[in-house]
Design a protein around this ligand. Structure first.
Ligand SMILES: NC(=O)c1ccc[n+]([C@@H]2O[C@H](COP(=O)([O-])OP(=O)(O)OC[C@H]3O[C@@H](n4cnc5c(N)ncnc54)[C@H](O)[C@@H]3O)[C@@H](O)[C@H]2O)c1
Length: 249
């Protein structure tokens, strides 16, 4: 079977300046989608790579944990492109704190960036998706939900929340031709991980996987391409771990 993404699809990708977000943008663009690259930081390098490859894209700088800013993203997409077919909620942060050090402000920030953002971005683009009568939403979760790692209780709560949101939302939007699924990467060599996690710890995680090599941002994009493409229309509410076989759901 030939997996397809129709040529004029508009795909909004959050966290598009980061490692996995950039890889998602490149993959969906290569399949013909017009990319809306959303990030807290200007996604300059992502836009440069897309342009160099001859792909159509726009960048929007926004904090996706903020209601007003996500509504602005929705308005920009409507005004400039007139449609939204695909939303990949990829933006995320993963600061480590043991429970004794974890304060309420950090807990709320992680939940806001990793989980509220998914809800807010859905609210921002859902009217456009419904108008189009077709949609694909992918929420990023994490391999950490299956690991006994210390210092990530807040992160695990946010990423389990993403799975719950995915399961629930799938029911509410199915009648509009919209599917909702979650994808969990393994620990992958992105700017965020390389700066925060020692190489030995990355190697350790890789040895827990069935496929024993450290993940790369590109390792999840095929799964996301399938779930955002034409052929996955009967798959919704699911969580797929593209994590080298670490987690078995
Ligand atoms: N890399 C991994 O090992 C790994 C493993 C499992 C899950 N994940 C998940 O994959 C996603 C991407 O991770 P990554 O490693 O590519 O991260 P990264 O740090 O390389 O990139 C994340 C991007 O999100 C952006 N961002 C952060 N807060 C934002 C906000 N409030 N509004 C808009 N943009 C914001 C950052 O500016 C950055 O460009 C995250 O949801 C992460 O939890 C990553």
């Amino acid at each position: 079977m030939m997996l397809t993404t129709r040529q004029d699809r508009v795909a909004v990708v959050t966290g598009a300046a980061g490692g996995i977000g950039q890889a998602i943008c490149r993959q969906l663009a290569a399949r013909g989608a017009v990319i809306v690259a959303v990030d807290l930081n200007e996604p300059t390098e992502t836009l440069r790579l897309l342009e160099a490859a001859g792909h159509q894209s726009i960048g929007i700088q926004a904090d996706v944990s903020d209601l007003d800013q996500t509504l602005h993203v929705g308005e920009e997409v409507r005004d400039r492109l007139g449609r939204c077919d695909i939303l990949v909620n990829n933006a995320g942060i993963y600061p480590r704190y043991d429970i004794d050090e974890l304060d309420h402000a950090t807990w709320r920030r992680v939940l806001a960036v990793n989980l509220d953002s998914q809800f807010l971005m859905v609210k921002a683009v859902l009217p456009l998706m419904k108008e189009g009568g077709w949609g694909r939403i992918v929420n990023l979760t994490s391999n950490s939900i299956g690991l006994a790692s210390p210092g990530v209780s807040h992160y695990m709560a946010s990423k389990m929340g993403a799975i719950g949101f995915t399961r629930g939302l799938a029911n509410d939007v199915a009648a509009f031709g919209i599917t909702v699924n979650a994808v969990g990467p393994t620990m992958s060599r992105t700017p965020g991980i390389v700066s925060a996690v020692p190489d030995a710890a990355q190697q350790h995680i890789s040895q827990l996987q069935a496929i024993k090599r450290v993940g790369e941002p590109e390792d999840v994009v095929g799964t996301i391409a399938f779930l955002t493409g034409e052929d996955s229309y009967f798959v919704t509410g699911q969580t797929i771990m593209a994590d080298g076989g670490l987690t078995r759901l």
